[in-house]
Design a protein around this ligand. Structure first.
Ligand code: HEC
Length: 186
C-alpha cells in the first residue's frame, strides 16, 4: 500500500513532538532542575496540575459515599474533639491559629473555616478518609473508626458557621485548642 505523504508527515510530527516532550520531562527530572524546596512556591503549571487533578479526583470518587442530611449536635461535638487532636495544628479553627510549622508546608494547609465551603460533605468525608497525595494531607481512614471519620466530616461541615467561643465550648479548651494549636510568636 502506498503511504500518503501528508499522513506520514502528520504522524512523524506527532511522534517527534512526543519524543521532545519526553526528553524535556526526563531532563527536568534527572537534572534536578525542579526545585523541591517547600520554602519555594510550586511553579504555576505544577500547582495548577496538582490542584486540578486533586479537585477532579475527589469529585469523581466521592460520588459513591452517602452522607446523612443533618448531622446531630453530638456528632458535631465528637468531631470537634477529634479535630482539636488531629487537625487544628494544620488547618486552624475559629479563634485558634494553626501551628507555625504548618505554614512551612507546600501547599500550605488552608483554613478550613473558609475552604470547607468549597466541598460537599461527601467530598470532605472522602478527603478525611483517604488523604491527598503530594500535599501532606494524611489519610485518617486507616487508623480512625468510621464513626470518627463521620464525626470529623460533620464538624468540618459545621466549621464555617462557628465562632471562637463555639469552638472553645465544643472542645472544652478554654482559649487554646486542646494544646494542639500554637499561636504565632510574632
Ligand atoms: C500535617 C498537616 C495536616 C493535617 C494534620 C491535616 N491536614 Fe487536611 N490538608 C493538609 C494539606 C496540606 C491539604 C491540601 C491543601 C491543598 O492542596 O489545597 C489539606 C486539605 C484538606 C481538605 C481539603 C481542603 C482544600 O480546599 O484543600 C480538608 C477538608 C482537610 N484537609 C481536612 C482535614 C481534617 C478534617 C483533618 C484532621 C482529621 C486534617 N485535614 C488534618 C494538611 C493537613
Amino acid at each position: 500500500m502506498r503511504k500518503h505523504p501528508l499522513a506520514t508527515g502528520i504522524i512523524g510530527g506527532i511522534v517527534g513532538t512526543l519524543l521532545v516532550a519526553v526528553a524535556v520531562w526526563l531532563t527536568i527530572v534527572y537534572t534536578g532542575a525542579y526545585n523541591v524546596a517547600a520554602s519555594d512556591q510550586h511553579a504555576d503549571a505544577v500547582r495548577w496540575t496538582l490542584d486540578t487533578a486533586m479537585h477532579r479526583s475527589v469529585a469523581r470518587q466521592a460520588g459513591a459515599i452517602e452522607m446523612p442530611d443533618e448531622p446531630s449536635e453530638e456528632l458535631i461535638a465528637a468531631g470537634a474533639r477529634h479535630y482539636a487532636e488531629s487537625c487544628v495544628h494544620c488547618h486552624g479553627a475559629p479563634g485558634a491559629e494553626p501551628a507555625q510549622w504548618s505554614r512551612g508546608m507546600r501547599p500550605e494547609p488552608p483554613r478550613l473555616t473558609e475552604a470547607a465551603t468549597e466541598w460537599t460533605p461527601e467530598e470532605i468525608h472522602w478527603i478525611v478518609s483517604n488523604g491527598i497525595k503530594m500535599t501532606g494531607m494524611p489519610a485518617f481512614g486507616p487508623h480512625h473508626s468510621p464513626q470518627e471519620v463521620a464525626a470529623l466530616t460533620a464538624f468540618v461541615g459545621a466549621l464555617p458557621g462557628l465562632t471562637g467561643e463555639d469552638y472553645a465550648a465544643l472542645t472544652g479548651s478554654g482559649e487554646s485548642a486542646g494544646g494542639a494549636a500554637h499561636h504565632e510568636a510574632e
